[in-house]
Design a protein around this ligand. Structure first.
Ligand code: TMP
Ligand code: ASP
Length: 236
């Protein structure tokens, strides 16, 4: 497959066209942002870690029956994925209170939920990704009722598979964000990435944070946390 012109640049990835209109190539950057792009930095080695970890997890999910955009890892930073139109919803699953949930409801981080929660945010940096319920999404034609039901089903399935997998690495999956995309024929598949940028990972023994919160909260040890997660997942 031949890489053609860049068609999009986001905060953490670039997307290139290919000579086959069904596929695009994503290229992961070391750039990191927080607060809707207000806080900017770089995390050395992050692009390669997120690319490889995300691909590994997408393959694992495919084995468990979750359809994804993943096609082929080209090198450390670049991957061929199916071309989708992204459903502009950030789908957030939480197993334990943290981050904006803890803030919004005035509770501490670390409360273990009996059942996972799900919420949607409308993907729009200018509006600061506002919370959006399924009725809002249907009203604004962001997705149909059936698509939302299917997305919810897939998101909870992803949680079950990943929660168990990470626990086997002594990592607690606290919460995470997923994005879904639509293929030309309307089929919905899991898209974007699954990485320390988009998940909260706490060490199962010490509760040490092993994710982007170290960058968001200026905690230091950011690169080491990404490397540690890479080591646990890929053994390198
Ligand atoms: P939150 O607690 O800040 O709402 O974040 C919930 C999860 O979503 C957390 O694992 C981090 C992830 N996330 C993203 O992937 N992108 C974002 O822009 C935000 C705000 C959170
Ligand atoms: N990626 C998000 C942004 O820059 C923020 C985050 O992950 O916290 O807005």
């Amino acid at each position: 497959m031949e890489k053609r012109q860049q068609i999009y640049e986001g905060k953490a990835k670039k997307v290139y066209a290919t000579d086959d209109s069904r596929f695009v190539i994503v290229s992961y950057k070391d750039d990191a942002t927080a607060l809707d792009g207000l806080k900017k930095g770089t995390i050395a080695g992050k692009g390669a870690i997120n690319n490889r970890m995300s691909n590994f997890l997408m393959r694992l999910l495919e084995k468990h029956g979750v359809p994804t955009h993943f096609v082929d890892e080209l090198n450390d930073r670049e991957t061929v994925v199916k071309k989708v139109s992204i459903v502009p919803l950030e789908v957030i699953i939480r197993n334990v209170s943290a981050g904006s949930f803890a803030k919004r409801f005035g509770v501490e981080e670390g409360i273990v939920f009996e059942s996972p929660t799900i919420e949607f945010s409308y993907k729009n940096d200018e509006l600061h990704d506002p919370l959006m319920n399924s009725y809002h999404a249907i009203a604004l034609k962001v997705a149909t009722r059936e698509e939302i039901e299917y997305i919810k089903e897939l998101a909870f399935k992803v949680n079950e598979v990943l929660k168990e997998y990470f626990l086997s690495l002594d990592v607690r999956l606290i919460d995470f964000k997923l994005e879904f995309g639509k293929l030309e024929d309307g089929t919905i598949v899991l898209a974007d990435e699954i990485s320390p940028d988009t998940c909260r990972f706490w060490d199962a023994v010490t509760n040490e944070k092993l994710d982007k919160d170290r960058f968001r909260r200026d905690m230091g040890g950011v690169e080491d946390a990404y490397k540690e997660m890479m080591h646990r997942v890929l053994g390198e």
